[in-house]
Design a binder for this molecule. Structure first.
Ligand code: S3P
Ligand code: PEP
Length: 476
């Protein structure tokens, strides 16, 4: 059987007939305003999993409604959890019957969600039965081998239907498999998480439902996006799950179900990126309210990244609730008031923030190098190839290395030329294009609806912030 390859998936042409091209709003001057962001995808999907594993009903506030979180809810429903929307906007979660056999075979659609394809198989292993996993065409290209290896180490049978170590696959958990059997030693799993931090987060989250707990060890090179593992450990601990880091890359999760709880999801600080970048790109000023003063979200790094492009950043802590504040980013301007975006030099390990940083790097006057991002080749698309290809449409040659991207800066390359930018079913390629479009009239975004993966309201929120007159016209 012929399977799509990464190269084929990323070739810039042909364009899909069905995907419409959205004219990216152009900033007519400095962008100014407040943007209230929906909940974090990463925190929402962790909380949905942990509420589904709890020992009683839970209530979640601020959950994100998006494609990735809908897929997670559908998957957990198929595994026996129940979700009940509350009149105040909260979500009551009735947990799944952990340990009880499934009533019949289950099919899980992962879409293109890394959190679904990596987290849910471990959750499925908590109920004896058979579960098949598949997803979008692009999902079949994303690495899954460490998940499948780990399941096998736990005594779960896994049959791949296509390429080894990829979706689709079917897993069969017997009643005597380690994740469900109450007796025996503490199960041990070794995972090579050098391709994605999600392999570790997945095992840690489900361990909270394992009757004997789990010992987990990372083997292999450095874990990319370690912030996301810290987020997992942070959420588990906040919910009273006993997780101990027993050494570098090694954790023990003690047995014991997650207690029934109530929890609130923080706003999505990664998706704050394009909105804050709008201030940098236009010499304007953008504020995000409810910015958590202590957080495990990688998006908190915008506070350090954006000043590298010349912006200033201020977090004003709320006097009545010191756990949050208002984050304001103000872009630099030249003496004549036009935006001044300096090259950032080197920025390492930007992980999922890289596409937005790349948009600013294209608009900046001087050079920027994004390093330590090789694992982004296994994201929604090969983001290094995609960013290089879309920069080429804009007339800019990016220096694409295996794990880094080098941007020349407009002093060396000259200005960007408008183009209809491809998004490769990748929400962050769409928001990348939106940031570029602020300063390059004529930029189009093919399939802007792909932002629904983590932010269905992106086109409306973006238009309201950067071209408020147009937003008013649209609603008239
Ligand atoms: O656990 C999570 O919620 C995530 C982990 C990261 O994955 P990788 O470690 O594969 O980069 C991140 O990029 C992704 O957007 C979300
Ligand atoms: C890599 C990402 O998503 P996923 O959770 O699908 O891995 C992302 O949102 O940038």
């Amino acid at each position: 059987m012929t399977r799509p390859t990464r190269a084929a998936a990323h070739s810039p042409a042909p364009r899909p007939d069905t995907a419409e091209t959205w004219p990216a709003p152009v900033a007519r001057g400095p962008v100014r305003g407040d943007v209230r962001l929906p909940g974090s995808k990463s925190l929402t999907n962790r909380h949905l999993v942990l509420a589904a594993l709890a020992d009683g009903p839970c209530v979640l506030h601020g959950v994100l409604e998006s494609r990735d979180t809908a897929l997670m809810r559908t998957a957990l429903t198929a595994l026996g959890a129940r979700f009940e929307p509350l009149s105040d906007g909260g979500l009551r979660v009735h947990p799944m019957p952990v340990g009880e056999p499934l009533a019949g075979d289950v099919a899980v659609d992962c879409g293109l969600a890394g959190t679904v394809m990596r987290f849910v198989p471990f959750v499925a292993a908590l109920r004896p039965g058979r579960v098949r996993f598949d997803g979008d065409a692009g999902a079949r290209l994303r690495p899954m081998a460490p998940v499948l290896d780990a399941l096998r180490q736990l005594g779960v049978a896994v049959v791949e239907e296509g390429e080894p170590g990829r979706l689709p696959f079917t897993m069969t958990t017997r009643a005597d498999a380690a994740p469900v059997a109450p007796d025996g030693d503490v199960p041990e799993v070794a995972v090579d998480a050098s391709g994605s931090s999600q392999f570790l987060s997945a095992a840690l989250l489900a361990a909270a439902g394992m009757p004997r707990g789990l010992r987990l060890r990372h083997t292999g090179e450095a874990v990319p996006s370690p912030e996301h593992v810290a987020m997992t450990v942070g959420v588990l601990r906040a919910l009273e799950v006993d997780v101990t880091e027993t050494g570098p890359g090694a954790w023990t999760v003690a047995p014991g179900r997650v207690p029934a709880h109530e929890a609130a999801v923080e706003p999505d600080l990664s998706n704050a990126g394009p909105f804050l970048a709008a201030a940098v790109a236009t010499g304007g000023s953008v504020t995000v309210p409810d910015w958590p003063t202590r957080t495990t979200q990688i998006g908190d790094r915008w506070r350090r990244i954006l000043p590298q492009f010349g912006a200033s950043v201020a977090l004003t802590v709320d006097r009545t609730d010191r756990s949050r504040g208002r984050l304001t980013v103000t872009g630099a301007v030249h003496d004549d008031g036009t935006p001044r975006i300096t090259g950032a030099g080197e920025i390492a390990d930007t992980a999922e923030l890289a596409p937005t940083a790349a948009a600013l790097a294209l608009l900046a006057s001087g050079p920027t190098r994004l390093t330590g991002i090789g694992h982004l080749r296994g994201h929604e698309t090969d983001r290094l190839a995609a960013l290089t290809a879309e920069a080429a449409r804009l007339g800019i040659t990016v220096d694409e290395g295996e794990t880094a991207l080098g941007f020349p800066g407009t002093d060396a390359s000259g200005p960007l030329s408008p183009a209809a930018l491809e998004t490769y079913h990748d929400h962050r390629m769409a928001t990348f294009a939106a940031v570029v479009g602020l300063r390059v009239p004529g930029t189009g975004i093919v399939d802007v609806a792909t932002t629904a993966k983590t932010m269905p309201d992106f086109p409306a929120l973006w238009t309201a912030l950067v071209a408020p007159g147009d937003a008013a016209e649209e609603t008239r």
